[in-house]
Every structure is written in structure tokens, then in C-alpha cells.
Write a protein that binds this ligand. Structure first.
Ligand code: DP6
Length: 324
């Protein structure tokens, strides 16, 4: 017996960041977050359950993967197998069209695609809410790659109630995320280990306590398509998360000198009247967000920076979905 399905999901970039867990076992975040799915960047994953398989197998970008990554995927598949009352092993084959492990949230699109393909293969018809809260167990930010467009994830007391939902569809606002790749290397401290140390920063509690205010500002900036307001809160939120990282024990410095050069340049551009903003995840690459009409100007300025390996571009994108 063989059961197979293929799904596609996009990574997302958070304007209001998730950093730290309130409950590690249930992967309940310390604070609410808000993000946008990034089009053009995607993960495509096929899951095949077969009664001839003797173990789970994981292939990422045509390379067989074992160890920790396989264990993480197997544990995640166990949740689906339990739900479907189906004990079969699976072969998971995943392809990313962007570099993984470089602060581009590859785990978000990976687990979003995995839950959609895995549940599809097992014939489970799960709602968006169920898919999102399940994806969370693979990787927190993966729950935000399930719904389309602009997405909010609430940290709720109950596990089933911590899921992400769309606040506006992808075509609500023609923004572009120009992702400046400064390094393709795997990060030294991944987000899981980094988040664990967030509580050691004296700034983390202040960041969490202020999140409802920033989230409300961000939500209304998006709903009103107010770029100035979005820029202010996005930069503040990214800077606050990196301040927590830098003041954790041990301290984490994800920025490279070139990341800061770009941040400072964007501040100058803003004074000159060029509309763009920045945000950085747990890596040195800078996400430069701008309205679509400014994209070519922003790109030509970004290309002039030394150390820029590549610039990826993505418009707001739709939900994770099964492919025919
Ligand atoms: C900095 O979702 O990768 O990108 O739950 O441990 O898999 P795990 O963490 P992950 O963390 C993302 C952190 C961030 C901010 C964000 O996307 O909100």
C-alpha cells in the first residue's frame, strides 16, 4: 500500500518577531507575532507512506539527511500517524529554491509543506487552524506559513488555540521583500538554542510586555497600508529582538558588519525620501522591505554594497497548499 501527496509552502518574514518559548514541550511562544509569506521562495515536499518501508527517510535538496534533522521529522510524522491511526513509515523528499539555515526561515516553509503533504497523504482532512497548530510543533514560525498573505500568530494558553490566521490576503498590499544574502553558511547558534537563552536577557521581559502595543501598531499599519508606520514598528521590533540576543548569556551577535552598513544606509535613504525598511531574523541577511514601485531603485542601491552574495525578491504570497 502506498499513499502519497505533495505540497508547497512559502517561508515568511516576521514584522513582529517570535523569540522565546513560554512552553517548550507545546512550543507555545512567549509573545504574539505577525508576518508576511514570501513568494518566489518555496519549499516543495512529497511524502510517501508505504508498508514496505522499514524506517522514515528524509531527502533535502537531493541529499539524504540523517541524525537530528531526521529525528525531528520522524517525531513530527508520529503526530500525523497518531491522528490517522496509521503506523506506516514515510519517505519525505523536500526541495528548497533558496539557501537553508541562513536566517531565511527554511524550517517554516519546510514544516508547513510537511504537515500539508503528510496529512494529505494520510487522507486526514484538517482545517487551516488544525494544520497551523500542528505545524507549530515542527517549528514555531511554520504555523505562520500555513495561512496566506499577512498572518498573525497568537500565543494562547491552550495548545489547540495557538495557531496562525490571515489578517489580510497576499494581494492586499504590493510590498517586496528584497533579501540581501551576506552569508549562505549555516548559522552557528540556531533559533532553538538561541531562544532557550532569551530568558537570560534582562530585556526579554520588557520586549514581551510591550508586544501587544507593537502588534496593534503593526496590524493597523498593514490594514491601512501605512508604510511609514509599518517601517517604524518593524525596525523597532527587529532591533528589540536583536537587543535581547546581544544581551543573552552567552551573547548572540547575528549581525555582520555589512548588515549594519545596510541598516545605516536605509536610515539615510529614508531621510532622502526613499521608502524602505529593514528587519533581520536569526542571521546576518537583511530583509529590505519596500513598496513594489521602489524595488528597482532599492535593488540597484543594495547591489553596490561589498559583501552582497545575492539578493532574493519576494512579493506577499498565498497559503501552503497541496499540489496536484
Ligand atoms: C528570528 O520558528 O525557526 O525568525 O520554533 O525553534 O523552529 P523554532 O524557531 P523558528 O524561529 C524563528 C525566529 C525568528 C523570528 C520569527 O520568525 O518570528
Amino acid at each position: 500500500m502506498t499513499m502519497q501527496a505533495t505540497a508547497l509552502a512559502h517561508p515568511n518574514i516576521a514584522f513582529i518577531k517570535y523569540w522565546g518559548l513560554r512552553d517548550e514541550a507545546l512550543r507555545l511562544p512567549a509573545n504574539d507575532s505577525l508576518s508576511m509569506n514570501i513568494g518566489c521562495l518555496n519549499t516543495t515536499t512529497s511524502v510517501t507512506f508505504d508498508d514496505h518501508f522499514k524506517a522514515d527517510v528524509l531527502v533535502i535538496n537531493k541529499q539524504q539527511v540523517t541524525g537530528k534533522a531526521l529525528v525531528r521529522v520522524s517525531r513530527f510524522l508520529d503526530r500525523l500517524r497518531q491522528k490517522a491511526k496509521q503506523p506506516l513509515f514515510a519517505a519525505v523528499e523536500s526541495t528548497n529554491n533558496f539557501p537553508i539555515g541562513a536566517g531565511l526561515a527554511s524550517s517554516a516553509s519546510a514544516f508547513a509543506a510537511l504537515v500539508v503533504a503528510g496529512s494529505g497523504a494520510l487522507g486526514l482532512s484538517l482545517t487551516e487552524k488544525e494544520l497551523s497548530s500542528l505545524a507549530r510543533f515542527g517549528s514555531g514560525s511554520a504555523c505562520r506559513s500555513i495561512p496566506g498573505g499577512f498572518v498573525e500568530w497568537r500565543t494562547n494558553q491552550a495548545s489547540d488555540e495557538s495557531y496562525a490566521f490571515s489578517i489580510a490576503p497576499h494581494n492586499h498590499w504590493q510590498l517586496v521583500d528584497c533579501i540581501v544574502i551576506l552569508s549562505k553558511a549555516h548559522k552557528v547558534v540556531g533559533s532553538e538554542a538561541g531562544m532557550r537563552s532569551a530568558v537570560t536577557s534582562p530585556l526579554q521581559n520588557a520586549r514581551i510586555a510591550d508586544t501587544p502595543r507593537r502588534l496593534a501598531l503593526c496590524r493597523s499599519a498593514i490594514l491601512q497600508r501605512d508604510f511609514g508606520a509599518l517601517a517604524r514598528v518593524t525596525e523597532l521590533d527587529s532591533n528589540m529582538m536583536h537587543a535581547v540576543m546581544m544581551t543573552s548569556d552567552p551573547p548572540l551577535f547575528y549581525w555582520h558588519p555589512a548588515s549594519l552598513e545596510i541598516i545605516k544606509a536605509i536610515q539615510t535613504w529614508q531621510i532622502e525620501g526613499l521608502t524602505a525598511t529593514y528587519t533581520l531574523d536569526a542571521g546576518p541577511n537583511v530583509h529590505v522591505i519596500c513598496p513594489q514601485e521602489n524595488m528597482s531603485e532599492v535593488l540597484s542601491r543594495l547591489r553596490e554594497f561589498p559583501g552582497v552574495i545575492d539578493i532574493l525578491k519576494g512579493m506577499p504570497a498565498g497559503p501552503a497548499r497541496l499540489l496536484p
